[in-house]
Write a protein of this length. Structure first.
Length: 150
């Protein structure tokens, strides 16, 4: 005699599928009943008010602001508009291994830690020295270069 092909897991999966289908049908019928009960409201609109926020009421035309085309700027701010930043920063050497030729400097302004290599040193430095340095983008982030003792 051959065994039945219907295993326990197959019957459980079939029960779940049927239950899911029935739940979906019940939800659809509930939505239809709610729509018939409340009536069709039509298309919902979203308006943009004078501040650029979405609302469900039309905006007041008295609050509308007119702009001149020349006043609109779509660009990055110009270099001369930005305040000049001093490229020389001050910091403290937190770690330096002279045998391997690298170390780390902590910026005194923002407490960021920057990598420094022996090739970027002007003076000999050791741990806990106060130094001045400039930043340069490296392969793994910002590096301290032109490092001098203060």
């Amino acid at each position: 005699m051959a065994k039945s092909q219907q295993t326990f897991s197959k019957s459980e999966k079939e029960k779940k599928r049927l239950k899911k289908r029935l739940d979906k049908q019940k939800k659809m019928e509930a939505r239809k009943a709610e729509k018939e009960e409340k009536g069709s409201t039509g298309i919902q609109f979203a308006y943009v008010d004078h501040n650029g926020n979405l609302t469900d009421t039309p905006p007041d035309p008295d609050l509308k602001v007119e702009y001149e085309l020349e006043d609109i700027q779509i660009s990055v701010t110009k270099k001369e508009d930005l305040p000049e930043e001093d490229p020389v920063r001050k910091g403290k050497v937190s770690f330096f291994d002279s045998s391997k030729g690298f170390g780390f400097i902590i910026d005194l302004e923002n407490n960021e830690k920057y990598f420094t290599h022996v090739s970027g040193l002007i003076d000999e430095i050791t741990e806990n020295d106060k130094v001045s340095f400039e930043l340069e983008r490296g392969m793994r982030g910002m590096n301290a270069v032109k490092v001098k003792k203060v």
